[in-house]
Design a protein around this ligand. Structure first.
Ligand SMILES: [Fe+2]
Length: 301
């Protein structure tokens, strides 16, 4: 991609996107594009390259009905609804609701308090999500931020010895365990839902298929333990790696406003939601793009 006005923190792409870095490690804000309109292949390619390099792309002030959200997302790959179909929008099933709002029967209209622990979306699938796009419709004026950790930067900060050792290991990602352990406030998974998501193993260091960079791929919310290790010792290692990767210098914290679309790369970042007061309504819409099976390929010396 050729940028015309390049400096360290902001530049403009050939197609006129204005890109501004949000932190040293992860995240950019992109201005100068209306996501509700169809984009040509070159604009899509520019966004993809900026997004893959930075891990998180923030677009503010977007007016994005569910169908437009779906259509923008579909520029980047095949969309998958959540494994739990109960929160997918009936008239646009690729879009999932996240909300604390209740319907007339007192049931939540969306997933509430989802993803409060550090995770990469759907890492418990053999082919986890490549990217997710979350749009703010109603956002509490305080709380309910989303934090993102840059896993390229976290990997780069490891010693060469640790990088080499971790690259030999696999994390065990386990959704039924996650549900039983952390989502005790929710209606539990049915046996059919559990059967769809047996534990899977993925490399602890994954190679980004587009950029070739190495990223840590572990998060305490969905990675239960490390394969071929004692369960507790593996769990301890998962928690320690999560703490390492989420030090302030690797994290961008997004404060939501209605009209924000945040597009993150699940292959090179992890994220978590933060608490908020239920006197506020929160309504978000999310799409998820199917990814490839994670792999590790050693960097060329
Ligand atoms: Fe998530």
């Amino acid at each position: 991609m050729s940028a015309v006005l390049q400096d360290k923190d902001s530049y403009q792409t050939r197609r006129g996107l204005r890109v501004r870095r949000l932190t040293e490690s992860v995240g950019v804000e992109i201005e100068g594009v209306d996501l509700s309109r169809p984009l040509d292949a070159e604009a899509v390619q520019e966004i993809k390259e900026v997004w893959e390099a930075s891990g998180v792309a923030v677009f503010r002030g977007q007016d994005l009905p569910p169908v437009a959200h779906r259509d923008f997302s579909a520029n980047f790959g095949e969309l998958v609804g959540h494994v739990l179909t109960r929160f997918n929008m009936s008239d646009c099933p690729e879009v999932t609701l996240i909300s604390n709002i209740t319907d007339e029967k007192g049931e939540k209209i969306g997933a509430d308090r989802a993803g409060m622990l550090w995770h990469s979306d759907m890492s418990f699938m053999r082919r986890p999500s490549m990217g997710s796009l979350l749009y703010g419709v109603e956002c509490p004026p305080e709380g309910a931020d989303t934090e993102f950790a840059g896993m390229f930067a976290a990997y780069d900060a490891l010693s060469p010895e640790d990088q080499a050792h971790l690259a030999t290991l696999k994390g065990v990602h386990d959704y039924p365990w996650h549900y039983r352990t952390y989502l005790t406030h929710r209606k539990q998974l049915t046996p059919e839902e559990e059967a769809k998501t047996p534990p899977v193993m993925h490399p602890l260091v994954r190679t980004h298929p587009s950029t070739g960079r190495q990223a840590l791929y572990v998060g305490e919310g969905l990675t239960r333990t490390i394969a071929d290790m004692d369960e507790e010792a593996g769990r301890k290692m998962v928690v320690e790696l999560t703490e390492f990767a989420t030090q302030p210098q690797f994290v961008y914290r997004h404060k939501w406003q209605p009209g924000d679309l945040v597009f993150w790369d699940n292959r090179s970042t992890m994220h978590r939601a933060t608490e908020f007061d239920d006197r506020y309504r929160r309504l978000m819409r999310r799409t998820t793009i199917l990814g490839d099976e994670p792999f590790y390929r050693p960097s060329k010396a």
